[in-house]
Design a protein around this ligand. Sequence first.
Ligand code: ZN
Length: 536
Amino acid sequence: MTDRRRGLSRRQFISGTAAAVAAVPFAAALRLDAQSQAGGARDIGLINGRIHTMDRAGRVVSQVLIRNGRFAAVGNTVVRRGGGLTVVDLKGRTVIPGIIDAHNHIVLVGNRPGWHTPLEHVLTIPDAIAALKARAASVPSGEFVTTVGPISAMQFDERRLPTLTELDAVGRPVYIQAAQGGTRTNSEGKTWLEARGVTVAADGTIAGQAAGLALQTLRKTLLTPDTRKRTALNALQYYARLGITTHRDSGAFHADEPATGIASENTYTMHAPFHALNREEQMPARLRIDFLHQDSPTANPPLPTLSQRLRNSFPRFGNEWLKTGGIGEFTGGGVDGLRAIARAGWRAEDHALNLNGATTLITNRETVNREIPITDLRWVISHVPEFPAELANRAHALGMGVLVGWGPLRTGTNVGPQYRTLFTHGIRVGYHSDGGDITVINPWLNFYTMITGRNLAGQSILGEQTLTREQTLQLATTANRWFIWEDDLGSIEPGGHADIVVLDRDYFAVPEEDIKKISSVLTVVGGRVIHNDGVL
Ligand SMILES: [Zn+2]
């Protein structure tokens, strides 16, 4: 989330000059077609894989049997052909459990106007244009191809967004609003926006307040229940292709009407497209929903929205595909709000942007805990760029956990989080991208930074505070169970939900620069084949 209240300025995020990273050969175009539609659960046997179970023993096995949406058997001789079983020879491919992103803004992404086209898998301008052109082929003439949010100038070798001229090759009006790096349109988009009072520079740049007006105009004009549902489905499919099988959404800033802010939506209606997909049994991934609240400290009666939420909804309620979670990423009611959440027995999450912020959050929780115990409620602080051992001790004593990630677009030196220190501390630590509006959701871009200590421009930002590949994956799988309060996700073990990702390359062995390029060739969620790149 981005907000005036957050301490990071845009400037801190924007990349300066930087070493070039290796170009990425353009992988398959976005597959948002019928092939990747969610169908029913299938019984599947995977053989000849390098299957990293992420179980306690850290077993790597060659076979797994999926029946009725769950893992039925895991080992080296557990798959027998016959009985309607689909057997897939993985030919030595690397397999991991479905990735859990324990805090992102996928619901915002699912409500973007136009034919929102995620570009987090492309790392050069020509690849971005090719992906947009591939998308345009299925977009009616004259309709907007958009990319709003999880895209950054820093991700491209060129360290810039595409130009108006480059975007003209897409053949449709194009609108790109980057998490960091500006807003851009092409000639057709410029004509359309200018006709509606939006100032667009000759080079297609839309600056300052004009960008807010542009986004608001696109929202007012283009959003319908059907387009939102299409975009929500596309977004979940896209990230399933990148290996995410469970998202916990951490909300938006509430706006009754179409808003100018990239992190704003109507927080009472924005889940509707996901509910629609769930009703139609079309969910390509699991969604857990947190509720963000920001009540005014002077409101009378106090806590007007939070108190109604706690009275009229249920935490952790829903089905396996879509469930409510807790309050976050802002609890928004100060100590009184925390008291109300504790009394209701809900989970609470706030983010911390610096040491002062984190210290205040912990102190407030200690105050509440003296009156109403929170130690069993799994409260969370996310981001935690600065979180020394003394603070981790205090949070740990409150039964709390911290979410780390939030990193590949950041700049500076030793900007945190202190991955290595926290990993070995003993406090619960999980992974979150926080992507969707100010940063990227693609787990491989995030993992790249956690492992190498470098941002997407190749600059060293973490010092020694890096993790191994195994530790990183552990945070995004088994460690995140505690954070989403579900023990049958995040590993490949008998009885667990059959969420599994077959990778296009070996995460554990590829050169570091190639971690950014990883994607899935086969994603199965609850036994449903969500993404299949010709493997099955
Ligand atoms: Zn967030």
